[in-house]
Design a protein around this ligand. Sequence first.
Ligand code: CU
Length: 157
Amino acid sequence: MSRLTVAALAASMLPLVSAIAQPSQTGEKRAFTIAAIEPRGGANVSQEALPTDPLPAGGGYVLRHPDQTGRWEVSTYLWSTPQIVVHQGDAVSLDFVGINGAAHPTEIKGLDKVFTLKRGHVVKVEFTADKPGIYPVICSAHQPTMRGEIVVLPRSP
Ligand SMILES: [Cu+2]
């Protein structure tokens, strides 16, 4: 490739690079899916003893004692997407989806959004990210684990 061709190629890529590096001035449409999930693991007492250390209180952790076959399980309730990063001015659309757990009483602090997410339902939350900051997404039934955050970064001048 000649030097001239390389220079022309680099010049043609400049607008693309700057579009990635800097958010547009008017804000973008951003959409995310956030599922209520419960990863779990377990073992049989014949292979692994039931843990005796207490798990943190608050409903976020669940330890199921051995069933009739000797299998015990541990799980935790989580938001599948624990952190979302947008820019000031973006139009944000969040689809909360209930997969595990019957109900999740939820608040997005600082955005005045309160709802209960039930299994099998989708709660859509839309807002414009007016103010930079960190907005916690808290399910009060499953703490301390079911805590996410929406990060709104300031738009560069
Ligand atoms: Cu929950």
